[in-house]
Design a protein around this ligand. Structure first.
Ligand code: AHR
Length: 855
C-alpha cells in the first residue's frame, strides 16, 4: 500500500476516508509530486519506508564472471585516433586520397615537390609512397596533421619510424614535432640514407605539451628521398609495447575489471556493403601489410561526416585478443554472417556461398586456440603468442534480423557446433528489444535453442527505469541473454544532443539491478559505444570521452564500474515492498495530427471524471499549444484545421498533470492520403501513445507507442477514413489500459505499460569468499527514502559493513575534463549491526552496501 506524505503535513493514506475522496487526495498529492519532479524541487517525501527483504539463505543463480563487460567498436575515433596509439594519420599513403592527412611544407627559400608514387614500393601490399624532391638546401617536405592534431606530453619519449630510400643527392631527414602554431617542440635528424628501402627510427622528447601538434618530415641539404609508413608512437604505450595502445585509455578499461571484451563492433562488422565488411584475416600479421578499409562511420551520418575515417587495422584481431587477455576478459569476437548492414544495403551472401564466411569462423577458432603446428595457430605464434587465447564465445552477426538471418545463423551453428561444441555461439535479435523484428526473432531463436542471444537497446531513461523487470518473466531454461549494446539517450537515438548525464546513468543502474536479479538469464551486458573523441565523434552518448591528451569516465562509466567491482558470486532473491514506486497513472498531454492529410478537429474535450481538464475553443488559434513547423494550422469556423494535405504534423497541448482522462474530439478529413493521428500520454521526452486512424495507406487503424525512442506497433485493425465525413473519436485512459472508440464503436482495447516514476530498485548478491551480502539500491525519486533492510537467514552481522554512493547534485550533472569525477563513487559510511537495519537513501542515488554476515 502506498502511503505518500507531503512534508510538514499529516499523513494522507490510500484507503482512508471515503474511497473517492481518498483517491482524489492521492491524485492531488501525486500531481504535486509530479510537479515537484518537474520543477526539480524537494518537498515531497514518501513516508512509508521501502522494505528490502533479502533471502540470504536462498542463494540462487551463479553470476556469470562475464556479466559486466566491454563493447568495443572503431567509432568516434575509438581505434584509429584513439586506443591505437599511432599518431600519424594515413601513415602508408594508402588512403584513396594518398595525401589525406598530409600537406607539403616548404620554407620560403625551399624549392621542390612531393609526389605520390607506386614504382618499386618497399612492399607490394603497401604500394603508395611519397617522393620528396628538394631542390634547395633549405628544408622542405611533408607535415602530418594526426587525428585532430597530435597529443604530445612534455618530457615523454616518442618513437618515429619510417621506411626510407635515397633517390639522389646527399640529403638528410629533419624530423620535427611542432605545436599548432608550428613552433618546434622536439627535433632530430636521420642521415646516411640508404639507396634501397630501409626502416629507420628516431626518438624525440618534446619540451612542451601540445594537444594539437603535428609531425614534420623534411628533407634537408637538397636531394630526393622516398618515404613510406611514417609512424609515430608514444614510447610509453600500454605495457610498453612498441606500436601498442594508448596506456591511459586502456587503463580506463582495466579499471572497469570487465568480464568480456566484445570486438570489433558494432555495425563495422557488417559493412554498408559486403565488400566493406570487417574481415579478421586482413587485420593480422605485419601492420604495414594490413589492408586499409574505409570506416563505415566515415559516411554513415550526413550530420557528422568524417571523411578522413579509415581503418588501418593496427588494432587488429591479434591485438584484440591480447587486450582481452591483459584485461582478464573473455574475448568475444563478432563475425559477419553473410549480411551487410540492414540499415544500409542489406546485401546478402547467397546461402550456397556462405561457406567462405563459415570457414572464417573455423579459422578464427584455430587462430585463437589451435596448436602452433596448425596453419592458423602458427600465424598466432609468429605474432608472438604461441599460447592459445582461450576463445570460448563467437558472435554470429551483429545487429541482424529477419528470416535471412535465421537461415544464416542456422548454417553457422550446424558447422560450428559439430566441429567446435566447446564454443558458445551468440546470435543477434535485431537492433531493438521491443519491436517487430525482435518479436519475430526471439521465439524462433528459443525454438532453435540458441545459446546466447544479443539484445540491443538505445532508448530514453524512462524505458530503462520502466524495463527493470524485463527479464523477470524470462525462462532460465531458454536462451541466455547478452544485453550487448545499451545506453540511455537523453534526447533520442543518434541525436547529437544526447548527453552522458546522471539521469541516463541512474536509469541504466536501475535497469542493471534487473539484469543482476536475473543473472540466471542475463550472462553478459555492455554499454555502447565505448569511446568518443571529443573532436572526432559521430555518435553520442559514449562511456568514455577523450582528447589527444586526456580521458575521463562519464557517470555511466562509474555505474558500470560499480556493478562490475561488486559483481558477486550468486544472486540473492530480493523482495521489495512498501513505497516502491509512484502509482502507475496514465499521464500526459494530447496531440491532434495528420499524416499526409488535411483535416479539421472540433469539440475537443479532455475530462477526468467530472473534471474538465481542457475544452478546445477554436474560434481562433488557441494559446498554450505547441505548434509544429510542418503543416498549416488555423482556426476555421470553430474548427482547428491542418490544411496542408502533404504534411505530417501534430499539434500538442497539456502535460504530465493530465492523468487518467478521456479525450473526445470530432475529426473530418478534407483531403490527402490517410486519416488522423490522436496522441495521448505525451508525458516524458519521446514517450507517448498514438492512435493512427486510416494509417498504412488508409487501410488500418492502429495504436503505436513510444516508450523510449523506438516505436512499437501495439495493435492494428482494418479500417479507413472517408473524406468529408465527421467522425466521433474517444480515447479512454485508465492506468495502462487504453480504449479507443470510433463513432461509439470500440476499435481497440489494449494495455500499454505506463512508465514507472520515482521507482526504487534493488538487487542483492553474495560475495562467497568474503562472506558478504552485496546490496545495490537505486532511488530514482527526487526525495530521500527510508529503507528497511531484512537480511533473512542471517544469524548475525559481522563488523565491517561498508557503503558507497554514486549520485549527481542534479540529474543533468555530467563529468568533463575539468571535473572528471563530478559524478563518481564515494564512500558512504554505514553501520549495519543486525540483519534488520534501517537507513535513508538519498534522492537520485545508487548505493552499494557490503555487509559481512554469518549464516
Ligand atoms: O553502438 C553504435 C552502433 O549501434 C553499433 O555499431 C550498432 O551495432 C548499433 O546500431
Amino acid at each position: 500500500m502506498k502511503t505518500p506524505f507531503e512534508t510538514g503535513s499529516g499523513p494522507l493514506r490510500w484507503g482512508m476516508g471515503s474511497g473517492a475522496s481518498a483517491v482524489k487526495a492521492m491524485v492531488r498529492i501525486f500531481c504535486a509530486a509530479v510537479a515537484a519532479v518537474g520543477l526539480g524541487r524537494a518537498g515531497i517525501v514518501w513516508a512509508g519506508p521501502v522494505e528490502v527483504a533479502v533471502q540470504v539463505d536462498r542463494a540462487g543463480a551463479r553470476i556469470s564472471p562475464t556479466m559486466w563487460g566491454i563493447f568495443f567498436e572503431d567509432i568516434n575515433l575509438g581505434a584509429d585516433g584513439g586506443l591505437y596509439a599511432e599518431l600519424v594519420k594515413n601513415r602508408g599513403f594508402e588512403f584513396p586520397d594518398p595525401m589525406l592527412g598530409w600537406f607539403m611544407l616548404r620554407t620560403s627559400h625551399g624549392r621542390g615537390e612531393v609526389q605520390i608514387r607506386t614504382e618499386e614500393p618497399f612492399d607490394p601490399a603497401n604500394p603508395h609512397y611519397a617522393r620528396i624532391e628538394s631542390r634547395a638546401s633549405t628544408a622542405m617536405g611533408l607535415s602530418n596533421e594526426g587525428f585532430r592534431g597530435m597529443g604530445f606530453h612534455a618530457g615523454e619519449e616518442y618513437v618515429l619510424e619510417l621506411r626510407v630510400r635515397r633517390v639522389s643527392g646527399r640529403p638528410r631527414l629533419l624530423i620535427e614535432l611542432v605545436d599548432d602554431e608550428g613552433e618546434t617542440l622536439a627535433e632530430g635528424r636521420i642521415g646516411d640514407l640508404p639507396q634501397t628501402w630501409e626502416k629507420r627510427s628516431l626518438r624525440l622528447v618534446p619540451d612542451r605539451t601540445a594537444a594539437r601538434g603535428r609531425l614534420n618530415v623534411l628533407v634537408e641539404g637538397g636531394g630526393t628521398v622516398d618515404v613510406d609508413v611514417v609512424s609515430l608512437f608514444p614510447r610509453s604505450t600500454w605495457k610498453q609495447r612498441p606500436g601498442g595502445l594508448r596506456a591511459d585509455l586502456v587503463q580506463m578499461l582495466a579499471d572497469l575489471k570487465p568480464g568480456f571484451l566484445r570486438f570489433p563492433g558494432g555495425c563495422i562488422v557488417e559493412g554498408s556493403e559486403l565488400d566493406k565488411r570487417y574481415q579478421w584475416k586482413n587485420t593480422i600479421g605485419p601492420v604495414e601489410q594490413r589492408r586499409l578499409l574505409i570506416n563505415r562511420w566515415n559516411y554513415e551520418f550526413k550530420h557528422r561526416p568524417t571523411p578522413d575515417y579509415y581503418q588501418s587495422f593496427g588494432l587488429g584481431f591479434f591485438e584484440y585478443f591480447q587486450l582481452a587477455e591483459d584485461l582478464g576478459a573473455e574475448p568475444l569476437p563478432i563475425l559477419n554472417c553473410g549480411m551487410a548492414c540492414q540499415f544500409n544495403s542489406g546485401e546478402l551472401v547467397p546461402m550456397d556461398q556462405l561457406e567462405l564466411y563459415i570457414q572464417d569462423a573455423l579459422d578464427l577458432i584455430e587462430f585463437a586456440n589451435g596448436p602452433v603446428e596448425s596453419p592458423w595457430g602458427a600465424r598466432r605464434a609468429a605474432m608472438g603468442h604461441p599460447e592459445p587465447f582461450h576463445l570460448r564465445y563467437i558472435g554470429i552477426g551483429n545487429e541482424q534480423w529477419g528470416p535471412q538471418y535465421l537461415e544464416r545463423y542456422a548454417a553457422f551453428a550446424r558447422v560450428l557446433k559439430e566441429r567446435h561444441p566447446e564454443i558458445v555461439l551468440v546470435s543477434s535479435s535485431g537492433p531493438s528489444p521491443h519491436d517487430e523484428r525482435f518479436d519475430f526473432l526471439w521465439p524462433r531463436l528459443v525454438e532453435m535453442k540458441a545459446e546466447i542471444v544479443d539484445q540491443h537497446c538505445y532508448a530514453n531513461p524512462i524505458w530503462f527505469f520502466s524495463s527493470a523487470d524485463r527479464f523477470d518473466s524470462y525462462d532460465p531454461a531458454g536462451p541466455k541473454v547478452f544485453f550487448g549494446e545499451y545506453a540511455a539517450q537523453s534526447d533520442r537515438i543518434v541525436s547529437v544532443h544526447n548527453r552522458n548525464n546522471w539521469e541516463c546513468a541512474l536509469s541504466e543502474a536501475a535497469f542493471m539491478t534487473g539484469m543482476e536479479r536475473n543473472a540466471a538469464v542475463v550472462v553478459m551486458a555492455a554499454y555502447a559505444p565505448l569511446f568518443g573523441h571529443v573532436d572526432g565523434w559521430q555518435w553520442r552518448p559514449n562511456l568514455i570521452w577523450f582528447d589527444n591528451l586526456r580521458v575521463y569516465g562519464t557517470p555511466n562509466y562509474y555505474v558500470q564500474q560499480v556493478f562490475s567491482h561488486h559483481r558477486g558470486d550468486h544472486v540473492l532473491p530480493v523482495r521489495l515492498s512498501g513505497d516502491v514506486a509512484a502509482p502507475a497513472l496514465a499521464r500526459g498531454g494530447i496531440g491532434l495530427g495528420t499524416y499526409r492529410t488535411a483535416a479539421e478537429f472540433k469539440d475537443l474535450v479532455v475530462r477526468r471524471g467530472d473534471e474538465i481538464l481542457y475544452r478546445g475553443d477554436f474560434s481562433k488559434l488557441p494559446e498554450g499549444w505547441r505548434w509544429p513547423s510542418a503543416g498549416r494550422w488555423e482556426a476555421v469556423d470553430g474548427a482547428l484545421r491542418q490544411g496542408d494535405p502533404r504534411a505530417v504534423s501534430t499539434a500538442f497541448v497539456g502535460g504530465p498533470d493530465w492523468t487518467e482522462y478521456t479525450l473526445e474530439v470530432k475529426a473530418r478529413k478534407i483531403a490527402g492520403d490517410e486519416g488522423f493521428l490522436i496522441v495521448f500520454r505525451d508525458a516524458f521526452q519521446n514517450t507517448r501513445v498514438q492512435w493512427n486512424l486510416g494509417g498504412w495507406g488508409n487501410t488500418r487503424h492502429g495504436i503505436q507507442s513510444w516508450l523510449g525512442v523506438q516505436e512499437r506497433l501495439v495493435t492494428r485493425e482494418p479500417g479507413s477514413i472517408e473524406t468529408g465525413r465527421w467522425y466521433d473519436i474517444r480515447v479512454v485512459l485508465r492506468g495502462p489500459r487504453i480504449e479507443c472508440y470510433l463513432d461509439n464503436r470500440l476499435i481497440h482495447a489494449v494495455e500499454v505499460p505506463v512508465p514507472v516514476q520515482d521507482g526504487f530498485y534493488a538487487s542483492a548478491v553474495s560475495d562467497d569468499a568474503a562472506g558478504e551480502v552485496i546490496l545495490k539500491l537505486v532511488n530514482a525519486a527526487p526525495y530521500e527514502r527510508p529503507v528497511r533492510i531484512d537480511l533473512q537467514g542471517v544469524k548475525q552481522v559481522r563488523p565491517g559493513s561498508r557503503g558507497l554512493i554514486l549520485r549527481g547534485e542534479t540529474l543533468d550533472d555530467e563529468n568533463d575534463f575539468d571535473h572528471p569525477k563530478r559524478v563518481a563513487p564515494r564512500d558512504w559510511p554505514v553501520e549495519i549491526r543486525s540483519p534488520r537495519a534501517e537507513l535513508t537513501v538519498p534522492s537520485h542515488a545508487l548505493v552499494v552496501l557490503r555487509v559481512p554476515v554469518e549464516r
